[in-house]
Ligand binder design. Structure first.
Ligand code: ITT
Length: 208
C-alpha cells in the first residue's frame, strides 16, 4: 500500500518543529495544520494519553480525509502521583495544587506551578510521555509510545525546546532538555522514541 502524505495534527509549534525534523527522511510529504484552509477544533477531554491521541488523529483524519499523525504528550511527576500527566498543557489552570496566574505565557505558568509544588521535596523523579497515533481514514490506525526518564531541576535553565524542557534534566545528563541541541533532544526524547517506533511499523505496512 502507498502513503504519499501525512498531516501532523498539532497546534503546538514546538512539537511541530520536532515532528518535521523526525519525519524529514521518510519520503512522505509532511503537512501541518497551517497548510489546511478550513480549521477545526478538537477537544482533548479523555483520561489517558492514548485515548486523547486516538481522538485527535481520528477527528482530523476524517475531516481532512488524509492520513494524520496526532500526539498526546505530557510530563508525569512521581511525587505528584503522575500529575500533570494528561493535564500538562493546561496544568496552570486546573484545581489540583491551586491555579497559577499567567504572567508571561502558559509554559512559564506551568513551570512555576510545578516548581512551587515540588518546593522542599526530595523526590524530583519525572518522565516525559509521548503517545502518537497514525490514522489512515480509509484503512487503519496504529500507535506507538515513548518515554524519557529524568528529574525536575530546582530552577529553569536553557532556551531550547519548549514546554517543561527548561526544568527537565534527562537521566544521565547534568543539563536540562532546554540546553540540548534539537538533534540531541530528538535522540533521547519521548517523541523521538515514539516516532522511530511508528516509522518502523509504517515501513513494514507500506512495503507489504
Ligand atoms: P496539540 O494537542 O495540538 O498537539 P498541545 O500543546 O495541547 O498541542 P498536548 O496536549 O500533547 O499538546 O500537551 C502536551 C504538553 O506537555 C505541552 O503543552 C507541553 O507543556 C508538555 N510537553 C510535551 N512534550 C514536551 C516536550 O518535548 N518538552 C517539554 N514539554 C513538553
Amino acid at each position: 500500500m502507498q502513503i504519499d502524505k501525512v498531516l501532523i495534527a498539532t497546534t503546538n509549534k514546538g512539537k511541530l518543529k520536532e515532528f518535521k525534523q523526525l519525519l524529514s527522511n521518510i519520503g512522505i510529504e509532511v503537512l501541518s495544520l497551517e497548510d489546511m484552509k478550513e480549521k477545526i477544533d478538537v477537544e482533548e477531554n479523555k483520561k489517558t494519553f492514548l485515548e486523547n491521541a486516538i481522538k485527535k488523529a481520528k477527528e482530523y483524519a476524517k475531516f481532512y480525509k488524509i492520513p494524520v499523525i496526532a500526539e498526546d504528550a505530557g510530563l508525569e511527576v512521581e511525587e505528584l502521583g503522575r500529575y500533570p500527566g494528561v493535564y500538562s498543557a493546561r496544568f496552570y489552570d486546573i484545581e489540583f495544587g491551586g491555579k497559577e496566574p499567567v504572567k508571561d505565557n502558559k509554559d512559564k505558568a506551568n513551570i512555576n506551578k510545578l516548581l512551587r509544588l515540588l518546593e522542599g521535596k526530595e523526590n524530583r523523579k519525572a518522565r516525559f510521555v509521548s503517545v502518537i497515533v497514525f490514522y489512515n481514514p480509509e484503512d487503519f490506525g496504529i500507535w506507538a509510545e515513548g518515554y524519557c526518564k529524568g528529574k525536575i531541576a530546582k530552577k529553569p535553565v536553557g532556551e531550547g525546546g519548549f514546554g517543561y524542557d527548561p526544568i527537565f534534566i534527562p537521566e544521565g545528563y547534568k543539563k536540562t532538555m532546554a540546553q540540548l541541541t534539537s538533534e540531541e533532544k530528538n535522540k533521547i526524547s519521548h517523541r523521538g522514541k515514539a516516532v522511530r517506533k511508528l516509522i518502523s511499523i509504517l515501513k513494514k505496512i507500506i512495503t507489504a
